[in-house]
Design a protein around this ligand. Structure first.
Ligand code: URA
Length: 437
């Protein structure tokens, strides 16, 4: 088989066979196909697309490119959750303990943040001593004993995706539904859970800027998951403004803790209940959505979800006292109010803009090896639809220095659009997509 023939076939709109897809992925993984040929095929896929059968074959070939986790030794149904990423997205920190407190186990591999979106592993390191470097044995044992574990993705899991993603990032080939589906689903399938719940974000701070694109991505991921034998649900949710109020590592941990204490609601709680209800019903732990939500809410009210978070933090070497006393978490020395210059209603908050403010304060990574300041970030005091008067605080900036805070306040004000009329309310959860087959 020749790679040049495969590239030409896709360039001309042909459908690749399972053997051709497997040949490509094997060559990417063992380095026998040069990057220029891989990049050429990726660009042909961007333009010509892939049938669902090709996307499934690509996903399965990528999944098989490295090690896969076998969760079958752990009792019960095991679930996993994935978000396409957004600003202020601390959902996993609250959702996993909420679900585990209801007896459904969750095994999650997470990543670090890059650019304007944060990573769950960075956020968790706000707990002094916390480690995400678990061996496979430790990871499996903790999921069984505590109910959930969050570990860094090992180098051996889906090596084809690591190579392909690095190339896509520099060749303008990230934006392609089959390439995104295969990238996300191959990692989820390799991680071994029975139930996969996907949070597909749409809006200014998201990868998928339009609802139509988000819907297409959600449908394809749900179908590929089903064809691979997994119970898969994809929820489409709003990322047209940051999620919750906190953006920044330790600030987001504090917000997740406040949610688990029952002190914080809004869009973040709605998201946790929506995703959590999908997991409980798919896992058979609740008969329907209403029963699942009631269980999850009870777990917050009776403190069991918060206790589960503390158990998890301690199991991974972190100081669990910080769950009950957030003054033990990192805190920035400077708090600075970004005041509004206009009066009216908040019409828009550019999520990506707020993410970049946090990144410039030191809370995110500009390159893969930059260090992250866990304490800094932004707390939004006004969200879309809120009335604001000139001189009122739009957001509190948490910074290392007065100068950094002042510069951040200028950028933050630019992220807010304020107008005379209140914008219409938009639904936060736009759709819940299950496989049709
Ligand atoms: N996230 C991934 O893991 N892969 C993509 O291709 C896009 C988003």
């Amino acid at each position: 088989m020749l790679m040049t023939d495969i590239i030409a076939k896709k360039r001309d709109g042909g459908e690749l066979s399972a053997e051709e897809v497997a040949f490509f992925i094997k060559g990417v993984t063992d380095g026998s196909i040069p990057d220029y040929q891989t990049a050429a095929l990726l660009m042909a896929i961007v333009w010509r697309g892939m049938s669902r059968r090709e996307t499934l074959d690509l996903t399965l070939a990528m999944m098989r490119s490295g090690e896969t986790l076998d969760l079958s030794g752990i009792s019960g149904v095991k679930a996993d959750k994935h978000s396409t990423g957004g600003v202020g997205d601390k959902t996993s920190l609250a959702l996993l303990p909420m679900v585990a407190a209801q007896g459904v186990r969750m095994a999650k591999m997470s990543g670090r943040g890059l650019g304007h979106t944060g990573g769950t592993l960075d956020k968790l390191e706000s707990f002094p001593g916390f480690s995400s470097a678990l061996s496979e044995e430790q990871f499996l044992a903790q999921v069984e004993r505590v109910g959930f574990a969050i570990a860094g993705q090992t180098a051996d899991l889906d090596p084809a995706d690591k190579k392909l993603y690095a190339l896509r990032d520099v060749t303008g080939t990230v934006q392609s539904i089959p390439l995104i589906v295969s990238s996300i689903m191959s990692k989820k399938l390799a991680a071994g859970a029975d139930v996969i719940v996907l949070d597909v974000k749409t809006g200014s701070g998201a990868f998928m800027k339009t609802e139509a694109d988000a819907l297409e991505l959600a449908r394809e991921m749900a179908e590929v998951g089903r064809l691979a034998g997994k119970r898969t649900v994809a929820c489409i949710t709003d990322m047209d403004q940051p999620l919750g109020r906190a953006v920044g590592n330790a600030l987001e941990v504090k917000e997740a803790i406040a949610l688990l204490k029952g002190e914080f609601g809004g869009d973040l709680l709605e998201l946790c209940l929506t995703l959590g209800a999908c997991i409980l019903t798919e896992a058979g732990a609740a008969a329907d959505d209403a029963e699942a939500r009631a269980k999850l809410e009870r777990g917050i009210a009776d403190g069991s979800a918060l206790a589960k978070l503390a158990e998890f933090v301690a199991a991974q070497g972190g100081d669990a006292r910080a769950v009950y006393d957030v003054s033990l978490l990192p805190d920035a020395p400077v708090k600075y109010e970004a005041l509004s210059e206009a009066s009216g209603y908040v019409r828009r908050i550019d999520a990506e803009g707020v993410g970049l403010v946090s990144m410039h304060l030191g809370g995110g990574r500009e390159t893969a090896d930059s260090a992250v300041d866990l304490a800094v970030g932004v707390t939004l005091n006004k969200k879309r639809g809120d009335a604001v008067a000139a001189g009122e605080s739009l957001a509190t900036i948490h910074a290392r220095s007065e100068a950094a805070a002042e510069a951040a306040a200028v950028l933050l004000r630019r992220a807010y659009s304020i107008g005379p009329e209140r914008p219409e309310d938009v639904p936060f959860v736009k759709a819940v997509v299950r496989a049709e087959g």
